[in-house]
Design a protein around this ligand. Structure first.
Ligand SMILES: [Zn+2]
Length: 319
């Protein structure tokens, strides 16, 4: 192949291999061709196969295009738009617990226990399960005073109150709801008790006394109680009464007497709505009544305090 180059009359610059041939030189000793160069068949084309195979043509290195500049992502704007509401649900009873003095909390030194109450234990726990599911679905954090029926741990009333006071990661729950039932003949459509400012309990023996003194909690509880009363009265088509505190005479032999439930006295920072639902039947609530009781408590909770209006975990919204 180089032979034709040897006959070239001029300087030939070959595109792929760089070969310089002086004019008129005869590389292989043959005669020049009078300056006629067979360009048509001997100039390398664009294809590597056009070139002399003995002259290696380095492949043109592939140059990768510069990667595109990453599109800067828009930094989301986030802000805390609320705090999760923590609800302490207290289905009553569930076990017989011998009264003992509380060792801590707002009722420290005051004697209280717990009592099983047959069908009430079952139906209030059923109501609590429905309320818990609905409130969690709506975004609330729910903490229960007992995990099963019967209560496997035998939790005393003062321990339930203390649990509510620490239900929000060691801090007080935003709202506590006790769930009880009673005979309609004694309570009508039902009753609601809330924190009584100045309410007390005193041991039947020994004279130890504790008083509820948190005015802010009492005021908040009253505000919530009015909402619960309105919702429950409408749903039950009857008047549900509300009262600050409740009478516990010494004759009941509860270990202490006074005018506020132990659970409230034990949790000074928790607004507490203590519900009684009047049973129409001696045998307990019907399925419809359990459903009605539960839906009323859920709706009242949502009207009293929304799921993000509490003091639990921060809720962040990003745009
Ligand atoms: Zn009860």
């Amino acid at each position: 192949m180089l032979s034709w180059l040897g006959r070239a009359a001029g300087l030939l610059v070959v595109a792929c291999p760089l070969v310089l041939i002086p004019a008129g030189a005869a590389v292989d000793g043959s005669e020049p061709t009078n300056g006629v160069i067979p360009l048509a068949t001997n100039v390398c084309g664009s294809e590597a196969s056009d070139c002399d195979p003995t002259v290696r043509q380095e492949p043109t290195p592939q140059v990768s295009p510069d990667p595109p500049e990453p599109t800067p992502e828009a930094t989301p704007t986030c802000q805390v738009t609320g705090h999760q509401t923590v609800v302490f649900l207290d289905p009553g009873h569930g076990a017989n617990v011998t009264p003992q003095p509380a060792t801590s909390g707002g009722s420290e030194g005051i004697v209280s226990g717990e009592s099983a109450n047959g069908v009430e234990d079952v139906e209030v726990f059923a109501v609590a399960m429905k309320v818990q599911a609905a409130l969690e679905e709506a975004g609330y954090l729910v903490v229960l005073s007992r995990q099963a029926n019967p209560d496997p741990t035998g939790t005393a009333l003062w321990q339930r109150g203390n649990a509510a006071e620490a239900a929000n990661d060691g801090q007080p729950a935003d709202l506590a709801i006790s769930i009880h039932t009673d005979l309609a003949s004694s309570v009508g459509a039902g009753q609601i008790y809330y924190n009584k400012l100045g309410g007390y309990r005193q041991n039947n023996s020994g004279g130890t006394r504790q008083t509820f003194t948190n005015a802010q909690t009492a005021a908040t509880a009253e505000r919530y109680a009015v909402v619960f009363q309105a919702v429950r009265s409408a749903d039950q088509e009857g008047t549900v009464t509300i009262t600050a505190g409740h009478e516990f005479p010494a004759s009941r032999n509860l270990g202490s007497h006074g005018d506020i439930p132990i659970v409230m006295l034990s949790a000074p920072s928790v607004p507490w709505i203590y519900n009684e639902f009047g049973r129409t039947y001696q045998g307990g609530l019907t399925e419809e009544q359990i459903e009605l009781y539960a839906s009323s408590l859920v709706r009242a909770t949502q009207l009293a305090i929304g799921p993000t209006e509490g003091t639990g975990q921060a809720i962040t919204t990003c745009q």
